[in-house]
Design a protein around this ligand. Structure first.
Ligand SMILES: Cc1cc2nc3c(=O)[nH]c(=O)nc-3n(C[C@H](O)[C@H](O)[C@H](O)COP(=O)(O)OP(=O)(O)OC[C@H]3O[C@@H](n4cnc5c(N)ncnc54)[C@H](O)[C@@H]3O)c2cc1C
Length: 323
């Protein structure tokens, strides 16, 4: 039976949402394949148990105080060992910052074929075919990976809907790895938080464009977002103008989001913006120009001034949701 190995990214024991999306991708690609997870870090008791509740064959673990934070060499050694042990046909990683760093390191060590930042994958006979956006999403490259070796594929987060845990109790097994970390040491790690909901985790995203005209004006979107428990996103034009930090940018060169509801206020709908949000389940567009391309992908459109609509919606939702 063919085997798929899935790298379960975690930080401080928090499993990255992309992990369950990778499990879903593996199931979609080959439902009959064995699914093996590998998680690397330190002090992972709770994390392992959470992962084992998914419909997977087993969870391999590598725990060491040296791997408490991401360590390029240590993680590469552990993941390569997992590949040698499981001998998967395919290894999946998320195309996150960690996955982007790790995937090529492991591909070299494992002498595997590598395709990064993929948005679709399928088998055609023995050949694994993946799709990768190129030239800023203007073209989609279709790539066939070599069949004479194992493949490593990183998948863009939020491309697949997450797999839900089944309450299963998969086996948890430690990996036997002798770490050789060399002189590379992680000496400091600083994390910051704005206190606002993270775009990647949000079920609802309220997004604004250049037409907001200032950082100050974005407050009307934050007010709506707080009522809806939503995250605030922005177009690149709004971020380039300094109205929002680039960490909030949605699109090809920003974040990909697939929330239940995406509300676009004064966003024109350029192809590069659509690349980051068109997978949303329901898109609502508010724009003064009825020809704006955003209306082409929206389920609900409102030709109106956002400075009128946003406060109105905030008041209406406050009443409906009693917040
Ligand atoms: C290589 C490359 C990568 C890119 N990556 C990204 C990316 O990741 N994300 C991204 O967003 N863009 C990206 N862009 C930029 C993209 O092409 C567009 O320029 C950008 O998305 C436009 O942003 P916007 O819709 O906010 O602004 P505009 O194009 O200026 O559109 C403003 C819209 O607001 C409407 N409007 C004006 N006033 C009001 C009002 N009062 N009420 C309601 N509606 C109003 C207008 O009718 C218009 O539709 C990229 C471009 C390139 C070349």
């Amino acid at each position: 039976m063919s085997r798929i190995l899935i790298f379960a990214e975690q930080r401080d024991g928090q499993i990255h949402p992309a992990t369950s999306q990778l499990i879903a991708a593996a199931k979609t690609l080959d439902p009959s394949a064995e699914r093996h997870l590998v998680v690397i870090g330190d002090d992972l008791d709770q994390t392992k148990a959470t992962l084992a509740a998914h419909d997977v064959t087993r969870v391999l673990t590598m725990e060491s105080p040296d791997l408490k934070r991401y360590h390029p060499r240590g993680y590469a050694q552990a993941l390569t060992t997992a590949i040698e042990q499981v001998e998967p046909k395919l290894t999946l990683l998320p195309a996150t910052f960690m996955g982007r760093d790790l995937a090529p390191r492991v591909a070299v060590r494992a002498k595997a074929a590598l395709a990064t930042d993929c948005t679709a994958l399928r088998y055609e006979g023995e050949a694994l075919i993946v799709e990768r956006p190129a030239y800023m999403g203007k073209v989609i490259a279709t790539v066939a990976l070599a069949t004479d070796r194992s493949s490593i594929v990183s998948i863009r987060p939020n491309t697949f809907a997450p797999d839900q845990p089944t309450g299963a109790n998969a086996a948890i097994e430690p990996l036997d790895v002798t770490l050789e970390l060399g002189s590379l040491q992680n000496t400091a790690c600083e994390s910051t938080s704005s206190g606002e909901k993270d775009l990647a985790d949000a079920d609802i995203v309220v997004s604004g464009g250049r037409s907001l005209k200032s950082e100050e004006n974005f407050k009307i979107l934050y007010e709506l977002a707080h009522v809806l428990d939503a995250a605030v996103g922005a177009s690149r034009a709004a971020c380039d103008a300094g109205y929002q930090p680039h960490s909030q940018q949605v699109g090809l060169t920003g974040k990909t989001v697939t929330p239940r509801l995406y509300m676009a206020f004064g966003i024109d709908g350029a192809i590069q913006h659509l690349a980051g949000m068109r997978g949303s389940k329901c898109i609502v567009a508010i724009n003064t120009k009825k020809e704006a391309p955003i209306f082409g992908v929206a389920q609900y459109g409102c030709v109106a001034d956002l400075f009128v609509m946003a406060p109105l919606l905030t008041e209406e939702f406050k009443q409906v949701l009693a917040r």
